[in-house]
Design a protein around this ligand. Structure first.
Ligand SMILES: Cc1ncc(C[n+]2csc(CCOP(=O)(O)OP(=O)(O)O)c2C)c(N)n1
Length: 513
């Protein structure tokens, strides 16, 4: 076998069987190996940011890493914005970039760059095997690193000669480290705080707003009266009927401060001290009241679930019934489009076990409230503030969960960073319904500009308009292979959502605002 085949075999035997890729010449041996090694599904993406965002969405839903394949430093650089989001989502990801053959680098051919330096800020692990015989072990170590803690980005840089040279049968075993529990004093102190009667919140990090951990948090909340909070940026939240409700800290600093006002104690479980998205000259960076005591029960890469269970035991809350959201059927809205009406249309049509990808920015502020008591579903949002994640996340989530409908709520400006994701969704026949909220503006930034106080000038305002020329998302979608329609009333939107979500195929709805 050559190094590329050894790599793919090691990936597949380590459970990594999906590769979102945009390859070039230096990765062509990896591509060729797809026909010689079975078990790896290659998914072509037309821009690297689609591949990195899809790998993030895949990992959030599959709970295991996909791999990516990028073309040297430039391909990797195109992937970085969504690698940033994946890094912030604490997902496992095996990130592979090709490089020139080891002996070719010194000739400074045009694509030469310092690949390790480009990717290091987002990678918990970076390894460049120097020859084919090092590839399998490097890959096994990368998979282990991707799985360690909560999930991390492990980058493998594969020189072309390490890919094409012959080597022995790959047999590197993948070892996975266990998560460590914090010291018992951490939950004893948390239990004492929860018993003292002061207004308290649990701030739940990634992986605690889903599954058993979410239920356990609900039991603790029911036993103690504590509030359940999630940061504004989270990877995946399970919600809807039957589950404990978790409140999301709002994006707008003033709203976040109001939400947290009155808290005397906060217990961090895999989450950091809540901070504003941006600093502002006359607002605080930290959102908690000044007299709020902060206790860290566990850090994100600890065994947070174990710590939560230990805390429940310390409180005698293991079996306490938790408060469940009860089902509320939302009536289908009618008439002219309003933001509240959009949220109701989503709540009224959301199918059971839908995966909602929310990059709706200003058009979707009412969506989570409207769907709190809907049928059970998952909610995925932007974790790193780098827009252009929604359409790729939808691709990754749909690949991970082909039997579940995916609803992608996408603002028009954000959609245009990674629109090529629609082509991958069409090619793979993914079950994604995308709504594009076409307000023809960077509306959130218009709000920021207005908040500066002086009347915004026309030249400044023009920078935030994306309606000149008008962008036709129906035509763009059709051009990329996805049937599309335009909904100009709530009735049309509800009908299009029913049709689209039931079609089992990709489709897109443009909603002009
Ligand atoms: C990669 C990246 N580039 C630029 C920004 C800055 N930015 C934040 S929001 C925004 C515009 C959002 O517009 P749109 O997606 O249409 O949503 P709207 O505000 O209109 O609801 C921009 C450019 C960013 N967050 N990430």
């Amino acid at each position: 076998v050559n190094g590329a085949e050894a790599l793919i075999r090691t990936l597949v035997s380590g459970g990594v069987d999906t590769c979102f890729m945009n390859p070039g010449t230096s990765e062509i041996h990896f591509v060729a190996a797809l026909d010689r090694v079975s078990g790896m599904r290659g998914i072509p993406c037309l821009f690297e940011g689609v591949a990195s965002g899809a790998a993030d969405g895949y990992a959030r839903m599959a709970g295991k890493p996909a791999c990516t394949l990028f073309h040297l430093g430039p391909g990797l650089s195109n992937a970085l914005a969504n690698l940033h989001n994946a890094y912030r989502a604490h997902v496992p990801l095996v990130n592979i970039a090709g490089d020139h053959a080891t002996y070719h680098r010194r000739f400074d051919a045009p694509l030469t760059s310092d690949i390790e330096a480009i990717v290091r800020p987002y990678s918990a692990f970076v390894r460049t095997p120097q020859n084919a015989s090092e590839v399998s072990q490097a890959c096994a170590d990368a998979i282990a690193a991707a799985h360690s803690g909560r999930g991390q980005i492990a980058t493998l840089i594969l020189p072309a000669d390490a890919a094409w040279s012959e080597t022995g049968e790959p047999n590197a075993p993948v070892g996975v480290a266990k998560l460590s529990l914090p010291d018992a004093s951490a939950w004893d102190e948390a239990a004492a705080l929860l018993r003292n009667g002061a207004p308290t919140a649990l701030l739940l990090g990634p992986h605690l707003i889903q599954g058993e951990a979410l239920v356990m948090a609900g039991r603790i909340a029911a036993a103690t009266g504590a509030k359940l909070l999630a940061p504004f940026a989270f990877g995946r939240m399970q919600r809807g009927v039957g589950l404990p409700a978790v409140e999301r800290i709002p994006y707008v600093t003033a709203d976040a401060i109001v939400k947290l006002a009155g808290l005397k104690q906060i217990i961090l479980i895999g989450a950091g001290v809540p901070a504003a998205f941006f600093a502002h000259p006359d607002r605080p960076s930290l959102l908690l009241p000044q007299d709020c005591k902060v206790h860290e029960l566990a850090r994100v890469h600890d065994d947070c679930e174990g710590a939560l269970e230990a805390l429940a035991d310390a409180l005698g809350a293991r079996q306490t019934p938790f408060a469940k959201a009860s089902y509320v059927k939302t009536a289908a809205p009618h008439g002219a489009i309003t933001l509240q009406g959009l949220a109701e249309a989503v709540a009224a049509t959301l199918p059971e076990q839908a995966i909602v990808i929310d990059e709706s920015i200003t058009s979707g502020r009412g969506m989570m409230a409207a769907t709190q008591s809907a049928v059970p579903h998952d909610w995925l949002v932007n974790t790193g503030g780098s827009i252009g994640i929604g359409l790729p996340l939808a691709v990754g989530a749909a690949v991970a969960c082909p039997e579940r409908p995916v609803l992608c709520l996408e603002a028009d400006g954000s959609a245009l960073y990674t629109l090529q994701a629609l082509w991958t969704a069409a090619r793979e026949k993914l079950r994604i319904t995308t709504i594009v909220f076409a307000n023809r503006a960077y509306a959130i930034l218009k709000g920021e500009l207005a908040a500066l106080g002086d009347n915004p000038g026309p030249r400044a305002l023009e920078m935030l308009d994306i309606g000149r020329p008008d962008i036709d998302f129906v035509a763009l979608s059709k051009a990329l292979g996805i049937p599309a329609t335009r909904a100009t009333t709530l009735d049309e939107l509800v009908a299009a959502l029913h049709r689209g979500l039931e079609s089992g195929a990709p489709n897109l709805i443009e909603v002009p605002l």
